[in-house]
Design a protein around this ligand. Structure first.
Ligand code: ADP
Ligand code: RBF
Ligand code: MG
Length: 158
């Protein structure tokens, strides 16, 4: 994958509202222009990497890029599930993402249970792979430190 690591950020928008959160796997959706900016040859599929919200800490994440065959979307989406429990929703905040590795192509499933089981498998696999020294290095990348510095600066009241 010659585009990896791939870094991007954007404001979190409302997604399809399918209740991913109720299933225990909330996914923060990026606006259309961020999705359209992906290099044309970044294949659709499931990836893993690091993410931070605003000036917050960097956490492990999994991200799905594509058309969600299970739901037959007509619009390409990019949704990130962060392996962290947040106190509140963060719609409208800046999501910073570093995609570092590829897991699998998008698939269709016979049932919602099968889709959820696959996503849970992705999460476990991503957690393992992100513990490698090569990937841990990217957690400290300047990309996240810049976000932390700038966003905490502009949100400081004077
Ligand atoms: P939507 O269809 O609007 O994307 P979801 O059910 O997928 O709704 O929930 C996504 C929202 O949940 C995110 O935009 C974010 O504000 C919130 N959220 C809370 N915890 C997480 C998390 N660990 N990972 C991603 N989003 C989270
Ligand atoms: N949707 C699909 O239709 N097929 C998939 O293979 C698929 N894999 C996913 C893997 C991960 C790690 C995540 C976060 C989402 C995936 N999705 C997939 C998207 C899923 O359909 C969407 O988040 C739903 O809204 C979950 O209820
Ligand atoms: Mg979502």
């Amino acid at each position: 994958m010659r585009h990896l690591p791939y870094f991007c950020r954007g404001r979190v928008v409302r997604g399809f509202g399918r209740g991913s959160k109720q299933l225990g796997i909330p996914t923060a959706n990026f606006p259309e222009h961020v999705v359209d900016n992906l290099p044309a040859d970044v294949s659709t599929g499931i990836y893993y990497g690091w993410a931070s919200v605003g000036s917050g800490d960097v956490h492990k994440m999994v991200v799905s890029i594509g058309w969600n065959p299970y739901y037959k979307n007509t619009k390409k989406s990019m949704e990130t599930h962060i392996m962290h429990t947040f106190k509140e929703d963060f719609y409208g905040e800046i999501l910073n993402v570093a995609i570092v590795g590829y897991l699998r192509p998008e698939k269709n499933f016979d049932s919602l249970e099968a889709l959820i089981a696959a996503i849970q498998g992705d999460i476990e696999e991503a957690k393992k792979r992100l513990d490698s020294p090569e990937h841990l290095k990217l957690k400290e990348d300047n990309f996240f430190q810049v976000a932390k510095a700038i966003i905490s600066y502009i949100s400081t009241e004077v």
